[in-house]
Design a protein around this ligand. Structure first.
Ligand SMILES: NC(=O)c1ccc[n+]([C@@H]2O[C@H](COP(=O)([O-])OP(=O)(O)OC[C@H]3O[C@@H](n4cnc5c(N)ncnc54)[C@H](OP(=O)(O)O)[C@@H]3O)[C@@H](O)[C@H]2O)c1
Length: 178
């Protein structure tokens, strides 16, 4: 159940997406992009993160400075320092309550593919790292429909020695009128 007045805290999806829509494979990322990890940290610090149980397993621990809400159907799932939700609705309610408690302006949807698909229709913003690669993988990002999503920022990434492939940073906002 959400606290009165917190229902409007927006959901922001953060994802790194290859040209073919792939976001991961074998429950791992498929590229090394230090710049993207730094960006993820800056975007998410001090905010609640919703993630699927598989993504949580791939990270292996709650990320410091943030609050983690894991979505799982496993009623026995329990990890110290992690909130557990049995549905996406419950996860959003918990995350909005935590955002209010933390003074965070938004809830971050941190993946993976199943959780992005469940939240795409409810998010206000997509913060996407477009990865210039076409790897084979088993987790995908939903199509970004230009009728629904307006690109409001785009910047070619500054590729460093710690970034395996070229990339670009983009932000999309839900178009006001369709
Ligand atoms: N590139 C990126 O930005 C990025 C970001 C995050 C993750 N990833 C990658 O994405 C992959 C993981 O994504 P994924 O799609 O396989 O898994 P996921 O979305 O991380 O997690 C799926 C799990 O979430 C739970 N779940 C899903 N729908 C649910 C519902 N309606 N109610 C309750 N629980 C629900 C289930 O957990 P239980 O099985 O425990 O019930 C399900 O197995 C990995 O390769 C990871 O590296 C990439």
């Amino acid at each position: 159940m959400s606290v009165a007045g917190t229902g409007t805290i927006p959901l922001t999806i953060v994802a790194a997406v290859a040209r073919n829509g792939v976001i991961g494979g074998g429950n791992a990322l498929l590229w090394r992009l230090s710049s993207d990890l730094q960006r993820f940290k800056a975007l998410t610090m001090g905010k609640p993160l919703i993630m699927g149980r598989k993504t949580f397993d791939s990270i292996g621990r709650p990320l410091p400075g943030r609050e983690t809400i894991v979505v799982t159907r496993d009623r026995g799932f329990s990890v110290p320092g992690v909130h557990v939700a049995a549905s996406i609705d419950e996860a959003i309610d918990i995350a909005r309550d935590r955002a209010t408690a933390m003074g965070a302006p938004e809830v971050i949807i941190a993946g993976g593919g199943e959780i992005y698909a469940l939240t795409m229709d409810r998010a206000q913003r997509l913060v996407i790292t477009h990865v210039e690669a076409q790897p084979e993988g088993d987790a995908h990002f939903p199509a970004i429909d230009p009728e629904v999503w307006k690109q409001v920022e785009f910047a070619t990434g500054n590729q460093t020695a710690k970034d395996e492939v070229p990339f670009a940073f983009a932000v999309y906002e839900r178009a006001g009128n369709r």
